[in-house]
Write a protein that binds this ligand. Structure first.
Ligand code: DGL
Length: 261
């Protein structure tokens, strides 16, 4: 099984990390599209264009069987197009985990942290509308402008990142939010800071494990045998913080190189 996975940078590696816990006997080709990061502040057309180019590259160069869009922003802009255009591939997208959040909240107040493009997208709006019948929950949506850049720079524990989060999370804290959706695959990398600011026993919802389970089940249906080693090749289109990669995928069998797409 050859699996292509991409994101604008390091964020999708949180999904790769979850996959590496349960998926075996396969090759993973990860594209960190750092030359075009952040996606969340680009137009849907620009994002779709990158998704198209990257998918074609993964097919031509690596002959992938499955594609994982490990990015909420890219999924919002392009998943429909990718599913319609590459019908031979297993295609899995990433969506903010609003449903699990709605099911778990006790205060009926849920925070959603995501990129501006994800929150503006019709996919997110549709998801919220569809789920509004399950339970009446108040959503506190926050577009986190600049946060992806901080994470890409490795500035996870910096004062600037902390202050950005304090500004966004304080209104949630004051309003008794007990569950926060991490609607961007970069954000699990700062979950310890979110917990520190929110203090209470906050539920943080991320979707890496759900994506990993979905990949495993669809692959098994296609005859994949889940045994042996998992090789991970990481290719970055622009600058990347290698220390961060090693931290996210510690002790994993990885190769890192540069590429142009
Ligand atoms: N990791 C991406 C996501 O899940 C977004 C990053 C970006 O803005 O580039 O939305």
């Amino acid at each position: 099984m050859k699996v292509g996975i991409f994101d604008s940078g390091l964020g999708g590696l949180t999904v790769v990390s979850a996959i590496s816990e349960i998926f075996k006997g396969a090759e993973i080709f990860y594209i960190a599209d750092t030359a075009y990061a952040p996606y969340g502040e680009k137009t849907p057309e620009e994002i779709l264009n990158r998704c198209d180019n990257i998918t074609k590259y993964l097919i031509e160069k690596h002959n992938i069987d499955a594609l994982i869009v490990a990015c909420n922003t890219a999924t919002s802009a392009a998943i429909k197009y990718l599913r319609n255009s590459f019908t031979n591939l297993i295609v899995i997208g990433t969506e903010p985990g609003i449903k699990p959040a709605i099911l778990i909240t006790k205060s009926l107040k849920v925070g959603v942290l995501a990129t501006p493009a994800t929150l503006k997208g019709s996919k997110y709006q549709g998801l919220v509308n569809d789920l509004s019948n399950i339970k009446k929950v108040q959503l506190f949506e926050q577009a986190c402008i600049g946060l992806v850049e901080q994470i890409e720079k490795g500035e996870i524990n910096s004062e600037k990142t902390y202050q950005m989060l304090v500004k966004w999370l304080n209104p949630m804290k004051k309003n008794s939010v007990d569950t926060i959706v991490l609607g961007c695959t970069h954000y699990p990398l700062i979950s310890s800071i979110i917990r520190k600011i929110m203090q209470e026993n906050i539920n943080l919802i991320e979707t890496g494990n759900a994506i990993a389970n979905r990949l495993l089940s669809l692959s098994l249906q296609k005859g994949h045998i889940n045994q042996g080693t998992l090789n991970i090749s990481i290719c970055h289109t622009g600058k990347i913080n290698i220390n961060m990669i090693e931290k996210i995928l510690e002790n994993k069998n990885i190769q890192i190189r540069n590429c142009t797409i």
